[in-house]
Design a protein around this ligand. Sequence first.
Ligand SMILES: [Zn+2]
Length: 393
Amino acid sequence: MSLPPLVEPAAELTVDEVRRYSRHLIIPDVGMAGQKRLKNAKVLCVGAGGLGSPALMYLAAAGVGTLGIIDFDVVDESNLQRQIIHGQSDVGRPKAESAAATVREINPLVDVVIHNTALTTENVMEIFSGYDLIVDGTDNFATRYMVNDAAVLLGKPYVWGSIYRFDGQASVFWAEHGPCYRCLYPEPPPPGMVPSCAEGGVLGVLCASIGSIQVNEAIKLLTGIGDPLVGRLMIYDALEMKYRDVKVRKDPECVLCGKNPTVTELLEDYEAFCGTISDEAAEAASGSTITAQELKAMQDGGEDIFLIDVREQNEYEIVSIPGATLIPKGEFLNGSALEKLPQDKRIVLHCKSGARSAEALAIVKNAGFSDAVHVGGGVLSWVKTVDPSLPSY
Ligand SMILES: [Zn+2]
């Protein structure tokens, strides 16, 4: 399938631009017309993180005239392993600003628009409407569904990518010409089933593999060349070093882009739609959540507790709360953890941020440990409020 170019060409290129983009201009398929289209293009990158870093850098170098960057976060040391648009001296700086500085350094001809804010249901329609194309580099399901819904409602194409450990995926969703993200994934995964990169890790260079596919597709859409990744899902396995693509069909029953859509405006609450934790976990945690400082006081007061870390071995080795026994969440899910629990001590569970431990708490309480509790905010909160000398991750 070939599609018409997304943007009209700019009137002309300056002498500086001709010099800068000469290696594009001599490719027959791009040429002067294609480069002028890139100059006229307005592209928004959602997230200046793992995927946003290479995406923004190559979009800038390619000569995309207007580049929007939206990110509410600040640069953390643990980002630098893969988020190559930021450097050591950017730690603590808003990501949108740090990314904008790198873009300007790569190509001062780019008009950079900084959105140093979270993308929300209140601002997404207005922000998206100022751009021709969206590049989605988000790392959570709530934002992904919101990006998809806004793009479909506005009739805009977007290039999606996702990364986890050694595996990456990418596609172009454009309801006018093919499926949307909801056609591929009608329902978000059950809460706690799909770990985030923060929980599961990601090989840094994987971001470049997937981010560059996203830029490649963005350039093709903007200039109208090649066979776009519409209706196809690209799947990359870095360990096997294999790319394969599978057909994704438009779902006629899709609630958003199907024949009889029931979702005709943005959802009120995407976090609730994706459920950060399950109903059972939320119920178990209600009234049975302690703070990291309360845990410290229990330990200092000599209370008879059994502290369980439900994260994975690798995470435990990075940082752990003194006195914690590692029993990963999977052992609670398959039931094997229960026989390891003492009957005569109070069970205290924790994980990284409190989501996984709430899921485990529901299982433990169901098994009859009615006074069990979990630590809200997990080990991150312990590092922040009890022992800042420990590393965070
Ligand atoms: Zn759809």
